[in-house]
Design a protein around this ligand. Structure first.
Ligand SMILES: Cc1cc2nc3c(=O)[nH]c(=O)nc-3n(C[C@H](O)[C@H](O)[C@H](O)COP(=O)(O)OP(=O)(O)OC[C@H]3O[C@@H](n4cnc5c(N)ncnc54)[C@H](O)[C@@H]3O)c2cc1C
Length: 387
């Protein structure tokens, strides 16, 4: 397993590949990533009648959701899970399963005829004169605009101390967790009490002795259920879309402070009720075993790192990033590189920018900010040229 002390920018997995056709294509806009962010962006560009292509590393639209753990259900009710021009089908107050969302994305792309090229991992983006050049293996796409929509789950983040744990301990990141059956017998340590950690720990506790290390950022007293979907979620949605935005000091402060999302479905009391032992943060390794902030350590058979993700834009050769590799943009527009846009990243504009309720608005905003395509000059019959 790769950890944060291992220096590598390659997040390619074995399920996708670069394009080997060796072709070069010209389009007005290239969208890199065909998850909900790339599809919403594509739908807006299609409405404007632009020539664009969506390049996606996965084999099938919706795979980023399909590949998450088996029992995952959305925390956002169906009423807020639709994309521009297409509501999520069925009961608006239900919370869809992850495969239902994946199927919805596939249906969305098909019903709008969005030009998604699946199985194409982009490995380079640079500028050549007045055009962007996007590459995947031997193939390239030239364009006036590029929208990067590669999502917030690019490279699993695992602390360096994972490498010092004993070889007998099975380790995986939450992105590789499917269900408890894949774990060896014996105690399991889940590291990180965010939503993934809490939900995974609760599920595992039914079959394994389970510990969870860390402290939640917050635990709002609202759970995903029908009554809340009807009465409280509209308020939460309003705050996440219109109050906590980068346009005001309160929003900007919360963007900086929000290290982890608050616990939505599974609270600490649920974990305790399920028999999960909550232990302090893991701070080191003693004799190959995880050691905690209170000086204790434990014997476990497996560790699941629910420690989030980091960005991986190493393949973009453009002056669009700060010293930490974070994109420099104003509401998704990269002012230093005209024609370059980001969508679907944390707090692009609002707290909900990287979620389904926020993606449509950000896509609309970017499509409006994108200059109209330059039409090729038309040579009239009498030899005059119309621009
Ligand atoms: C466990 C979990 C639960 C979540 N639950 C909710 C929820 O309940 N409600 C909600 O609104 N949000 C939720 N989110 C947040 C968010 O909605 C999802 O992360 C969502 O998948 C983000 O969509 P996206 O399109 O931005 O990115 P992704 O879905 O990650 O899609 C990015 C796409 O880009 C492609 N890609 C990446 N790199 C390249 C490359 N170099 N070349 C070509 N293609 C590339 C990938 O193949 C992928 O298809 C959840 C997130 C997680 C991790």
């Amino acid at each position: 397993m790769r950890t944060d002390s291992t220096d590598s920018t390659d997040s390619t997995d074995s399920t996708d590949s670069t394009d080997s056709t060796g072709s070069t294509e010209f389009v007005d806009t290239v969208i890199i990533g065909g998850g909900q962010a790339g599809l919403a962006m594509g739908a807006e560009l299609a409405r404007q009648g632009r020539l664009f292509v969506i390049l996606d590393a996965a084999q099938r639209v919706g795979d980023s959701w399909r590949q998450r753990w088996d029992s995952l259900r959305l925390n956002t009710p169906a009423r807020y899970d639709g994309l521009p021009g297409m509501p999520f089908p069925g009961d608006p107050f239900a919370f869809p399963a992850k495969d239902e969302l994946a199927a919805f994305l596939e249906e969305y792309a098909a019903s709008r005829g969005l030009p998604v090229r699946s199985g194409v991992r982009v490995d380079g983006l640079r500028r050549d004169g007045d055009r962007f050049v996007t590459t995947s293996g031997a193939s390239s796409w030239e364009s006036h605009n590029v929208v990067v929509a590669t999502g917030g789950c690019q490279a699993p983040k695992v602390p360096g101390l994972a490498e010092r744990l004993g070889d007998e301990i099975d380790q995986l990141h939450s992105s590789d967790y499917c269900n408890p059956a894949q774990l060896p017998a014996g105690p399991v340590l889940v590291v990180g009490i965010g939503n993934s950690g809490a939900e995974i720990a609760r599920e595992i506790a039914a079959s394994h002795e389970t510990l969870i290390a860390g402290r939640p950022s917050a635990q709002p007293p609202v759970r995903p259920n029908r009554a809340n979907a009807r009465f409280f979620y509209p308020v939460i949605r309003f705050v996440g879309l219109h109050v906590l935005t980068t346009a005001n000091p309160l929003g900007r402060r919360s963007a900086v402070k929000m290290a982890a999302a608050p616990l939505i479905r599974t609270k600490v009391s649920d974990l305790v009720a399920a028999g999960v032992r909550v232990v302090p943060r893991i701070t080191g390794v003693r004799d190959g075993r995880p050691a905690f902030a209170d000086g204790s350590s434990c014997d476990v058979s497996s560790v699941i790192w629910c420690t989030g993700y980091r960005n991986d834009f190493g393949w973009i050769d453009l002056p669009a990033f700060d010293d930490n590799g974070e994109p420099l943009h104003h509401r998704g527009v990269v002012e230093a590189v005209p024609g370059l846009y980001f969508i679907g990243i944390e707090f692009l504009y609002a707290l909900f920018s990287a979620t389904l309720p926020g993606i449509g608005r950000d896509a609309r905003h970017l499509a409006r900010r994108m200059p109209r395509p330059q039409l090729a000059p038309v040579v009239l019959a009498e030899g005059r040229v119309r621009a």
